[in-house]
Design a protein around this ligand. Structure first.
Ligand code: ADP
Ligand code: MG
Length: 685
């Protein structure tokens, strides 16, 4: 049970003042369901504004606060923007520009002839100055001066910065006083603020100490939880699985296993033959052939008379895995079934029956395969694909529910540098696929300026005419979600106009059925061009797709670009990856893209990514999906995780039951970061 002192933090966001039904969806979309989530919804960056007396004092591109008097309204023709022409103290004019429905707000806030304080970014539009959608308009100067340093939060549709600021403010007012869980000597040495001070500080201004402390908390919670799982696992009874090879002998793979695959399978075979449950990580770059290893591992379980389950992070991937495995296992009479959250009614019932009576040998699916309502007759092995997408331990925990703990194989394409593997994955055993299947050709990677878009589209045309397929990836960043979706839709429309209905699209906001349909058309080869956001990043395998275009490549991290590029070059044909870059490319951006051209070694790219980010780029380089962390960014993980790991180990050595005062505090920490499955193991352990 969660300690009472944390209850206020886990109250629903809906209980805050001013949260009507209209905000429910935006909050949910941002994952801000409870007060805790709001308190930890840290700004991506801060806007620093300067108050200026008139426009001549301001620079182009600068964020300013200024007093202006609206003089005239101009509505552009058609669906063009609405402009308020406003005058500063010395007779300069600036256009305050509004698009769409924002025009109504603009007009209301800016009556002609009345002085208003306006905050926003000064830009140029033709011969005049302009501010697009000013951030604030107020009758008083007072409030505006308070906004000179303002947090910028990740947003979603239907949520504004102002609203979110208000909610965060309320959430922060409810922070309880919690005992310190960080080793006191360390906290003092690092000069870190206490937890209840650190959160407000991190929302107020760019505060490295506060951000570090909060990140460290998360990393410590993760390390501790992993150690608890590991310890508990050692004391558990598993089922020794010894396969006699009779099913594997019937396998008819179209290729010979690589040395690395054979070695990994042998390591797994050795582990699962033991009484203690296996906890092994299979690390292998994109395209190194992890699926075939997983199949062998699962067949060992089936040969030994048990069932196996494969957990994938997305439905697209689960579906594809089920198909691939079924194809690979033709002729073996092993029964493989797909189970996702979408299976309902009779279909679902019959799958559940098959799992209970053991007529299904291998179950592939999303997290739905571990819901309470799903029971297995004899689950011997769980494989978790694309491990880095899940919080490690939570999934491991699922495997610990059974009376006899199944063996666990976690697989990752690891954008995580070698140096961090140990800390990130606790003390799991690791197998490495450090050898690519033979015959792979280097992917021809080129960086191309966006102005040459026309040439690129022509290139796609020639490619498709030859009978090959292509991916076209559009970026998607949370804060600008709507605009990004709009941009992707626009690109889709343009490509469709050119190439007709052989162009299909998938993005995260489409209905699952529509996504599946598009994916299926593409993988069957009926569709030639797949326009997609990063949803295709993990695991998708269509060997005939040999061209990948990535728009605004500079907006992606290296690890992500590497994952995306890994969608092509999967067959023996020459593949190409075109990185389209925008005009305003930073030094780091340039370096990143150059590296992509230079190397295809995922480990090297991950390490370079770390180095490039280490320079202390802007806040907000957190990339959902790359790591199981929400607070700690990449650079913090590199710097603080080893410390957290040592700290956790020390605490476990001194107080493995977490019963000392600091141990008790650490339990709070585990609940706070929802790694309380660690605590539950402790009790049951
Ligand atoms: P990942 O490690 O990224 O999950 P996959 O398992 O999807 O990689 O394998 C990538 C591609 O390589 C697949 O098309 C698969 O059939 C092929 N493949 C796997 N192992 C070998 C091998 N030993 N020789 C040749 N091709 C292989
Ligand atoms: Mg894979």
């Amino acid at each position: 049970m969660r300690p009472d002192v944390l209850n206020p933090l886990f109250a629903e966001s809906g209980s805050l003042k001013g949260v009507g039904p209209g905000l429910a969806r935006p909050l949910e979309k941002l994952g801000l369901n409870r007060i805790r989530d709001l308190a930890y919804h840290l700004p991506d960056r801060f806007v620093l504004r300067r108050a200026v007396g008139n426009l001549d004092e301001a620079g182009l591109g600068e964020q300013i606060v200024i007093a202006l008097t609206p003089r005239d309204y101009k509505q552009a023709a058609g669906r063009g923007p609405f402009r308020v022409m406003a005058e500063d103290a010395v007779g300069n004019y600036v256009a305050l520009t509004y698009f769409g429905r924002a025009s109504y707000t603009g007009k209301k806030q800016l009556p002609l002839g009345e002085k208003r304080w306006v905050a926003g970014k000064l830009e140029q539009f033709g011969q005049t100055w302009q501010m697009v959608h000013p951030d604030h308009v107020s009758e008083e100067s007072g409030g505006m001066i308070g906004q000179l340093n303002e947090p910028v939060y990740p947003l979603s549709d239907g949520m504004t910065q102002g609203r979110l600021q208000g909610l965060v403010h309320q959430a922060l007012a409810q922070l309880p006083l919690l005992p310190e869980w960080i080793e006191p000597g360390l906290a003092a040495k690092m000069d870190w603020p206490r937890w209840h001070e650190a959160l407000p500080l991190a929302h107020k201004a760019q505060n490295v100490l506060a951000r570090d402390r909060l990140a460290y908390d998360e990393l410590l919670a993760n390390s501790l939880a992993l150690m608890l799982v590991r310890t508990s696992n050692r004391n558990r009874q598993g089922t020794p699985l010894v396969g006699d090879g009779r099913i594997r002998a019937k396998l008819n793979l179209p290729f010979a296993l690589t040395g690395a695959q054979t070695r990994s399978i042998a390591e797994i075979e050795g582990d699962v033959a033991q009484g203690a449950p296996m906890l092994r990580l299979l690390q292998g770059d994109v395209g190194s052939g992890k699926t075939a290893v997983a199949l062998h591992a699962m067949l060992i379980a089936v040969e030994a008379g048990c069932q196996a389950a494969l957990l994938a992070p997305t439905e697209i991937l689960a579906r594809q895995h089920a198909e691939t495995l079924t194809r690979m296992a033709v002729g073996t009479d092993v029964t493989i079934t797909l189970l996702t959250g979408r299976d309902k009614g009779k279909a679902r019932e019959s799958i559940l029956m098959g799992l209970i009576d053991g007529s299904i040998d291998i179950c592939v699916g999303t997290h739905a395969i571990f819901q309470d309502s799903v029971s297995y007759r004899n689950l011997g092995l769980v494989v978790i694909d694309e491990q880095h997408r899940f919080g490690v331990g939570q999934r491991l925990m699922l495997t610990q529910k059974a009376k006899r703990t199944p063996h666990c194989l976690a697989m990752t394409a690891t954008p995580i540098p070698r140096t961090l593997t140990l800390a990130q994955y606790g003390e799991m055993d690791v197998s490495r696929l450090d050898e690519m299947p033979p015959g792979r050709q280097a992917i021809d990677t080129r960086v191309i300026a966006l102005e040459r878009l026309g040439d690129v589209v022509d290139g796609v045309g020639r490619h498709v005419e030859k009978g090959a397929q292509a991916y076209w990836v559009c970026p998607m960043v949370r804060e600008l979600e709507t605009e990004d979706i709009a941009a992707a839709e626009a690109r889709y429309a343009a490509l469709r106009e050119r190439f007709g209905d052989t162009v299909v699209m998938v993005h995260g906001q489409m209905r699952p059925e529509a996504k599946d349909a598009a994916m299926e058309q593409f993988s069957r080869g009926e569709a030639k061009v797949l326009v997609a956001t990063t949803v295709i990043e993990v695991g998708v395998d269509v060997p005939n797709a040999t061209l990948m275009v990535i728009e605004q490549a500079e907006r992606f991290g290296l690890a992500q670009l590497h994952q995306l590029r890994g969608r092509v070059g999967r067959g023996s044909q020459q593949s190409t990856c075109l990185l389209l870059r925008g005009e305003a490319l930073s030094e780091t951006g340039r370096e990143r893209l150059a590296l992509m051209r230079e190397t295809q070694d995922g480990f090297r790219l991950a390490e370079e990514d770390l180095r490039l980010r280490g320079g202390g780029e802007l806040l907000g380089t957190r990339q959902s999906g790359d790591t199981p962390f929400k607070v700690a960014d990449f650079e913090q993980i590199a710097r603080l995780l080893p410390m957290a790991h040592d700290d956790a180990r020390l605490l476990m050595e001194r107080d493995g039951g977490l019963s000392s005062p600091r141990g008790e505090a650490a339990r709070l920490l585990l609940y706070l970061f929802e790694r309380d499955w660690g605590v539950q193991l402790l009790r049951g352990g």
